[in-house]
Write a protein that binds this ligand. Structure first.
Ligand code: SF4
Length: 289
């Protein structure tokens, strides 16, 4: 399964490097292979899922150029990996605002010719006609961001005075950082580049027996409370709060309880301030995963 994964194709719609001169590229929110099974059949396919947060994003979006494009990118990746076509391409819209998962499954792959024509036309139009660009929150995940002069205008120059202009600059800058991070996360898997990369940091996480131990410390035995605690999955902040409440003003006892309710972990993070010598990477960073 790939999450927030950038994929690209060349002009023949074959998978290619995300970076460089791709013909078309996009970022999957989620993309995964799956199998449909029955008594006498088994079909392997691929699913792309786009997360949305607007009330307006309903099943009609399954037929958008964006979802058709993602279907084509998924097809290219599947072909590259298996040397064959998938048995189906499933497009999903996961709307977090409405809580509805819309989906459509295409078993007859002849439809992808239409998707290709549609994308070819859109790309040709984008290249030949002046686009009315609208920099701002739209830029998040936009495949043209790296080349978009309209967006770049908001990154350079003096600090704008107009709050609307500042908001656009903020959105473009955040989108650019996200784009750079996606690239750098791949490029720095071996070594940091200019102080940016992965580093490890000691941390703590809740012990798997934390709910039972909280119950014991609190003096509660009701199974329903235990069920509630397990469902709520108390994090480290909640655990510290429990310790403070139970042992108010007794720091040592608070620390001892926190120690029994948590366990040490080494967390791998990505950010700035990493030594270029990866062996010495134990540095603090203001950035995190
Ligand atoms: S980067 Fe922003 S302004 Fe440029 S095409 Fe994409 S959404 Fe429009």
């Amino acid at each position: 399964m790939a999450i927030e994964y950038g994929a690209a194709v060349d002009a023949k719609w074959n998978a290619t490097e995300y970076r460089g001169n791709a013909y078309y590229r996009g970022i999957f929110d989620v993309c995964f292979e799956s199998t449909e099974e029955g008594e006498d059949f088994e079909v392997h396919g691929i699913t792309v899922c786009d997360a949305k947060t607007s009330w307006r994003d309903r099943d009609a979006k399954l037929e958008s150029v964006q979802l058709h494009g993602q279907g084509l990118l998924a097809l290219a990746l599947y072909r590259q990996r298996h040397g064959a076509d998938p048995g189906f391409i499933r497009r999903q819209i996961a709307n977090f605002r409405t809580g509805v998962l819309h989906e459509d499954t295409t078993y007859d792959l002849s439809i992808v010719d239409f998707w290709r024509e549609e994308l070819d036309l859109a790309i040709a139009q984008a290249e030949t006609r002046p686009r009315i660009a609208s920099p701002g929150t739209n830029c998040w995940g936009c495949p043209y961001l790296a080349h978009c002069d309209d967006a770049k205008r908001y990154l350079w120059g003096g600090f704008p005075a107009d709050p609307k202009e500042i908001a656009i600059r903020y959105a473009v800058a955040k989108s650019t950082v996200a784009e750079c991070e996606k690239y750098l996360r791949e490029a720095t898997t071996e070594r940091p580049i200019n102080g940016i990369g992965y580093y490890s940091k000691d941390g703590v996480e809740p012990h798997e027996a934390a709910p039972e131990r909280i119950m014991a410390a609190w003096g509660v035995t009701d199974e329903r409370v235990l069920g509630l605690l397990k469902a709520m999955k108390p994090g480290v902040t909640a655990i510290r709060s429990v310790a403070r409440t139970l042992h108010r003003g007794q720091k040592k006892r608070q620390d001892a309880l926190v120690e029994t309710l948590t366990r040490g972990v080494v967390k791998v993070r990505f950010g700035m301030g990493v030594s270029d010598d990866y062996e010495d990477e134990e540095k603090e960073s203001s950035e995190s995963c």
